[in-house]
Design a protein around this ligand. Structure first.
Ligand SMILES: [Zn+2]
Length: 121
């Protein structure tokens, strides 16, 4: 009777061990799966960050380029405006605010000259 009980207990214990082993195996598979998923998420995250950096760099470059273009355009505008006024003065007309557009009658005008000097600087 006692021996029978002991054998039962041992068999029961063996079943428990087998069950535990099964659970442990499932747990190992789960961890492996999680590690795989973690790795692919890390990879995806890395690629997305890289792509984001590229987009930011492209945006910055575009902003800088448009700033450069705007500067270039306004520089050309100013240069062209000055050239036109200087030519007008050379052709004998006032470009100063005081007498703008009227003939200098062959005389230099200090207003015109100082205005052109300011524009040129
Ligand atoms: Zn003048």
């Amino acid at each position: 009777m006692k021996d029978r009980n002991f054998l039962d207990t041992v068999m029961e214990f063996e079943q428990q061990l087998e069950s535990l082993q099964g659970q442990f195996h499932a747990l190992k598979e789960f961890v492996a799966l999680m590690m795989e998923e973690h790795q692919s998420l890390q990879q995806e995250n890395f690629l997305l960050r890289q792509r984001l950096d590229e987009i930011h760099a492209a945006e910055e470059a575009a902003v800088k380029q448009s700033e450069l273009n705007a500067k270039e355009v306004s520089r050309l505008d100013i240069g062209e405006g000055y050239d036109n006024l200087a030519r007008l003065y050379q052709e004998g007309f006032h470009v100063c605010h005081v007498h703008f557009g009227s003939s200098r009658k062959g005389e230099d005008c200090l207003f015109c000259l100082s205005f052109l000097n300011k524009q040129n600087g």
